[in-house]
Design a protein around this ligand. Structure first.
Ligand SMILES: Nc1ncnc2c1ncn2[C@@H]1O[C@H](COP(=O)(O)OP(=O)(O)OP(=O)(O)O)[C@@H](O)[C@H]1O
Ligand SMILES: [Mg+2]
Length: 228
């Protein structure tokens, strides 16, 4: 469903990603693991069309490398960004509706998000900035689902959350995978979440993929391996 071929990414002249090759199959959940500054966020931004790149990105066989971000959203790519990037003064419900800006099925999608995260329904009139960290992450995921993605990109959904909250986020992602059959690319530094949800993983260090493996085969490695 997603294919990235020989992708280099640049900020001005600084090369951040070097010859990245990766793929995500239909319905598959793939994790990108790697230390701070490895280029994980840059990789997700490249797939969304927010960074200058060389190389190619294909979605369902169509070359999308030159498409604008909103054209990629219409084709089924959605991102739950690093640090959530909610609209802090807007209500929970309005944040969700912002995610449906290119999608006419907002009623059905809102119903699904409220079923997945009943807490958001209870608090739908509350402003986003007054929600707890875990609730804000649920809201960011819910907003990303409002465009009915076929490929959901998640940038460190566990960031700043307590282990028990991370567990509930992992459960929600597993439900999304099962119920919506959405393909996902999850950037994580929390290997527990990644291993619980993902089928396969790539390890990214200093802009290069140094390893690709099924998650089952990575479980025996020491945690420090992923921070090197
Ligand atoms: N807008 C930008 N302009 C210039 N350099 C940038 C920009 N954004 C990121 N970088 C640089 O690109 C490199 C990779 O950053 P990126 O945010 O992709 O890493 P990351 O793996 O997501 O890290 P983290 O785990 O801390 O989120 C870093 O050296 C960073 O300083
Ligand atoms: Mg990042």
């Amino acid at each position: 469903m997603l294919q990235v071929e020989n992708l280099d990414a640049y900020y001005d002249k600084a090369k951040i990603l070097d010859k990245i090759n990766l793929n995500v199959e239909e319905g598959e959940v793939v994790a990108i693991l790697g230390p701070n500054g490895a280029g994980k966020t840059t990789l997700l931004k490249s797939i969304c069309g927010l960074v200058n790149v060389k190389g190619e990105v294909y979605l369902n066989g169509e070359k999308i490398t030159d498409l604008k971000p909103h054209e990629r959203i219409k084709r089924g790519i959605s991102i739950c960004p690093e640090g959530r990037r909610l609209f802090p003064n807007m209500s929970v419900e309005d944040n969700l509706l912002m995610g449906a800006i290119f999608n006419g099925n907002y009623k059905k999608n809102l119903e699904y998000v409220f079923k997945l995260f009943p807490r958001l329904k209870e608090r739908r009139k509350q402003s986003a900035k007054t929600m707890s960290g875990g609730e804000q992450q649920m809201l960011a995921i819910g907003r990303a689902l409002m465009s009915e993605p076929r490929l959901l990109l998640l940038d460190e959904p566990s960031m700043g959350l307590a282990p028990i909250v991370i567990e509930s986020i992992a459960e929600a992602l597993k439900r999304i995978k099962e119920e919506l059959k959405v393909s996902m690319l999850i950037v994580e530094q929390n290997i527990h979440l990644a291993f619980e949800v993902a089928d396969r993983a790539y390890i990214l260090t200093k802009g290069k993929i140094i390893k690709e493996s099924y998650v089952d085969e990575l479980k025996d490695l020491e945690e420090d391996y992923f921070k090197a």
